[in-house]
Ligand binder design. Structure first.
Ligand code: PGA
Length: 252
């Protein structure tokens, strides 16, 4: 049985003070919801205060990115060992990282491997752009991102990874994929490929979530599909009432 998973990706929003305010709005509501695993992914500077507030709540902290090396002369970077002190999860290969910071399937793969090596759970993001979608090559793109992103990941590790299907055209645009379209990619493309690469059984163990303009008003459309195991929420995770409703919807 896969436990639903909802992660809030705060992106580059919230000072530590603002993070504390948002967390105090969220905590009472989140603590009352059962049956969903929840992760809050604040910017690096707020990881420590958010982790302190989440201690003992069963809610996890995630990072939005990391370097693959354990340490070294990499000015401006944060390592997996540093994150593992506070975080359970780390978002890897978000489309904004791929588009604006030169991340490739190869660097994504190194990060996925490093996350696993240091005990972090990678949330591996894949998804096609609008042009790719319109050209009808979604399957080709998502398959390539998965094959290369998961290269060298063995069948022991695969079941602990979370995969986020995030069509680039749906991120931050207010234009979400339909529940049926997201389900098609998640079930017939992503879970199908995992079955080919690993096994049918292992493919059934992997949590695959949807991301891209998820909000309170459309969350149920995704979670009604048994193959969609939750959501990676950007903009709506910055509003306590929206995020709470989304997590509640995932709880069923
Ligand atoms: P959005 O972002 O919910 O604001 O579309 C999702 C994401 O980037 O993970």
């Amino acid at each position: 049985m896969r436990i639903p998973f909802v992660a809030g990706n705060w992106k580059m929003f919230k000072t530590t003070e603002e993070a504390r305010v948002l967390m105090s709005e969220l905590l009472p509501g989140l603590a009352a919801i059962h049956g969903v695993e929840i992760a809050i992914c604040p910017p690096f500077t707020s990881i420590l205060p958010v982790a302190a507030m989440l201690e003992g709540t069963g809610i996890f902290v995630g990072a939005q990115n990391m370097h693959w090396e354990e340490s070294g002369a990499y000015t401006g970077e944060v390592s997996p060992t540093m994150l593992a002190e506070f975080c359970k999860y780390v978002i890897i290969g978000h489309s904004e990282r791929r588009a604006y910071f030169g991340e490739t399937d190869q660097s994504v793969n190194r990060k996925v491997k490093a996350a696993l090596m240091y005990g972090l759970v990678p949330i591996l993001c894949v998804g096609e752009t609008l042009t790719e979608n319109e050209a009808g090559i979604t399957q080709e793109i998502v398959n390539r991102q998965l094959r290369e992103g998961l290269d060298g990941i063995d069948s022991v590790s695969i079941s602990s990874i979370v995969i986020a299907y995030e069509p680039v055209w749906a991120i931050g645009t207010g234009r979400a994929a339909s529940g049926d379209d997201a389900n098609h990619v998640i079930k017939d493309i992503i879970r199908y490929l995992l079955g080919q690469l690993y096994s049918e059984n292992l493919a059934q163990d992997v949590r695959i979530i949807y991301g891209g303009s998820v909000k309170a008003s459309n969350a149920g459309e995704f979670f009604q599909h048994v193959d969609i195991d939750g959501a990676l929420v950007g903009g709506a995770s910055l509003k306590s009432s929206e995020f709470l409703s989304i997590v509640k919807a995932a709880a069923g």
